[in-house]
Design a protein around this ligand. Structure first.
Ligand SMILES: Nc1ncnc2c1ncn2[C@@H]1O[C@H](COS(=O)(=O)NC(=O)[C@@H](N)CS)[C@@H](O)[C@H]1O
Ligand SMILES: [Zn+2]
Length: 477
């Protein structure tokens, strides 16, 4: 990558800012010659690697990781009517092997229910086989006809974490939905990304599901991004794919299922929520480089400064930090620009004055400067980074809170959705939803809201005056 010194668009020109930061911060290269497919730069992949390492640790608490085939025979794919309806316009089909036409066309998995559940039917015989909780992290393919966008709406979803659980009863499956939401909240807390949880309206639920609960964040342009979903499948798929178990009385019962997914939209959220006019701002938890050391070379003490910088690098590396010593022959300012663009959380400056005073200067990505004793510098950096992470969480929460407005009239709601999310009272009817969506030019995102930034209440439906409860209305990605 040639050293770019151009200026990033301001973040309040979000669409331009987002497109440029993907290449300036070396996240994704959008020049791949297939629409909706993009290439991870190593730095971007490093962010994904750390984020998905956190996700794996959370999932591995009580799920097992596995991997199912990519190709799904049409015979299996076409079994669940609602599921098909929801995906038939999005599925890629493989019809040939070499020059031979395949006798059964094969779908590229858009999601893996129809690959996994025929196997679940073979595996599950008795209630002692339950609960079964598996997940995989794979690529999936959806022929998206809406505007594709790197990390946000891809045709090849490269980082699709999908969990598929099987339970003896509806109640156990419903409890698993809550466990999944807890895992997603923990995951996004680690990424310092604030979320709003809500139940999608029936017409927006996952094809074949009883209900869908979604995890949304609010992007800098006020539009919401769905960054995770949890689906209660009931016994719809178990009846279609014959997933039954023998209960304690020897009776055959249909199983109850859930599935829940996260994709690289999680990375889009980290980039978008935390970034600023100078580039990426990465939470330490997901930063491929946590600390960059910049030696301040002054005249004849060059060797001494470089030695001191090298010793610091060694000490941070031994303490387990992802640390980089930037000893390139460049002005310090050009180095600051380079690492700020890439979101490195902490810069350590060391020059002759610091050597004489036996200190180092620590500067966080958001500009907080601290002088640290050279002795105990590792502990010093740990606490600076911990404080930095908390600051990111707080700033992101405040930014989200500022984009949520409780509104009592359609006009107020129409104004609020220009810059964020409107909270309105809705009776739950599709008829009123359509009235609200038409009047506000945005979508009913969900009800049964769970967010410590929103006090839910009952009240007259904003469209018909009937009994309503709090619901979210927003423009969405
Ligand atoms: N085209 C896409 N590009 C990037 N992420 C996507 C795309 N489509 C969906 N996602 C993300 O993937 C998550 C799961 O997708 S989903 O359709 O809602 N749910 C499923 O596929 C279920 N099988 C649970 S794994 C969504 O919440 C959304 O965050
Ligand atoms: Zn109503």
């Amino acid at each position: 990558m040639e050293e770019d010194t151009g200026v990033l668009p301001r973040k309040d020109d979000f669409s331009q800012w987002y497109n440029e930061i993907l290449w300036r911060a070396e996240i994704m290269d959008v020049r791949y010659p297939v629409k909706g497919l993009y290439v991870w730069y190593p730095h971007g992949f490093g962010i994904r690697k750390r984020a998905y390492g956190i996700l794996r640790d959370l999932m591995d608490r009580d799920h097992a990781e596995t991997m199912f085939p990519l190709l799904i025979p049409e015979t299996e794919f076409m079994k669940e009517a609602e599921h098909i309806k929801g995906f038939e316009d999005e599925v890629y089909w493989v019809t040939h092997g070499g020059r031979n036409e395949l006798d059964v066309p094969l779908a590229l998995r858009p999601t893996s229910e129809t690959a996994i559940y025929p196997m679940y039917s073979l595996w599950i015989r008795s209630h002692t086989d339950l609960p079964l909780k598996l997940y995989q992290i794979v690529n999936t393919f959806r022929y998206e006809t809406k505007h594709t966008r790197p990390l946000i709406r891809l045709r090849e979803i490269t980082s699709f974490k999908e969990a598929h659980t099987v339970h003896a009863t509806w109640e156990e499956a419903a409890a698993q939905v809550e466990v999944a939401l807890g895992l997603y909240r923990e995951f996004y807390d680690s990424l310092r990304v604030p979320v709003i949880v809500s139940r999608r309206p029936a017409w927006d639920k996952f094809p074949g599901a009883d209900y869908t609960i979604a995890v949304d964040t609010i992007m800098p342009d006020g539009k919401t991004l769905q960054i995770g979903t949890v689906h209660m499948l009931g016994d719809h798929f178990s009846r279609t794919y014959d997933i039954t178990y023998e209960d304690a009385n020897g009776e055959r019962q249909y199983a109850y299922q859930t599935c829940y997914g996260i994709s690289e939209r999680s990375i889009a959220a980290v980039v978008s929520v935390h970034g600023d006019d100078k580039g990426l701002v990465l939470p330490p938890e997901v930063a491929p480089i946590e600390v960059v050391i910049v030696p301040i070379i002054v005249g004849k003490r060059r060797e001494e400064v470089l030695a001191a910088a090298g010793a610091l690098q060694e000490e941070f590396r031994n303490a387990g930090f992802a640390v980089k010593l930037d000893d390139r022959d460049m002005r310090p300012g050009a180095k600051y620009y380079h690492w700020e663009m890439r979101g490195v959380p902490l810069r350590i400056e060391v020059g002759p004055r610091d050597i004489d005073a036996n200190t180092v200067v620590a500067v966080t990505r958001t500009g907080r400067k601290t002088t640290l004793d050279r002795r105990g510098v590792v502990e010093g950096v740990c606490s600076v980074l911990a404080q930095f992470g908390e600051e990111l969480s707080q700033a992101a929460r405040q930014a989200m809170a500022a984009r949520i407005a409780v509104t009592g009239t359609l006009d107020e709601a129409a104004a609020a959705v220009k810059t964020g999310v409107a909270v309105v009272h809705w009776c739950g009817s599709q008829e009123c939803a359509e009235k609200i969506e038409a009047a506000v030019d945005a979508s009913i995102l969900g009800s049964d809201i769970r967010s410590d930034l929103i006090a839910v209440s009952d009240g007259p439906c904003i469209a018909c005056g009937g009994n309503g409860t709090s619901a979210l209305v927003a423009r969405t990605y």
